[in-house]
Design a protein around this ligand. Sequence first.
Ligand code: 3PG
Length: 306
Amino acid sequence: MKILVATDKPFAAVAVEGIKKEVESAGIELVLLEKYGEKSKLLEAVADADGIIIRSDIIDAEVIDAAKNLKVVVRAGAGYDNVDLAAATAKGVCVMNTPGQNSNAVAELVFGMTIMVMRNYFDGTSGSELKGKSLGIHAFGQVGRNVARIAKGIGMDVYAFDPYCPDEAMVEAGVTPVHDINELYSKCQFVSLHIPATDETKKSINYDLLKQMPKNAVLINTARKEVIDEESLIKLMEERTDFKYISDIAPAAAAEFKEKFDKRCFFTPKKMGAQTAEANINAGIAAAKQSVGYLKNGIDKFRVNK
Ligand code: 3PG
């Protein structure tokens, strides 16, 4: 039996060691394919894999078709919009994610990037603080909850909108529940996005929503670039010179954003939210355990293609 770790953006070496140990101690061979760049290399490597562990790597119908022995795909992380669930289901392949394992890393990056931008990239000029400012958390899942915890420590006023989360969970975290999305955006100077990229959410963060944000608005996106209606965000930022956009992964129109808005926007060169040793270890080892658990005992906790 073989498990392939296919990560174009590799895990930290210490995480790879841990994954290897988990897999090999179960008597399963581990094959590592890192920084593969081209899809053809992935297609070749999956040919005899029983399981695949991935990050944001694209597992589409072609990859699933090429993996004749495939039984399980584990996305070491939260978002699984990179996996064709219908194609997997059609071939009887179980797809799982590892919820919560990298959420603190993403939440810390929200504040790392925000503080850097609010302090003018530490260029020697006077910036501004987060304490006492309003933060809206759009979707109160694992990352949103970690963002709330850190924001409370900083002394921000924290609000959250999430129709799938009971008010009690927000109140318990010291967060004010908001039931109308427009209210979240009109109340909060800072909004942090934690929604998945789905047919409903793609391009849902648009001009009409964002224009309601108060003066000196800052939108922070550590979710997915696809949830932003980029064209309408550009229009808004042209109209409002007080508006800033921070994103973990560059938008499709990054060059235009940079040319027009320069330091009013900041983008990481690669998705960096989960790129810490701790998150790699947590998500990587969870993915290894889940892959082994499925292949050996059929355990499918965290299955996402039911
Ligand atoms: C996730 O969905 O878990 C994060 O976006 C992390 O993605 P990555 O594993 O590609 O860094």
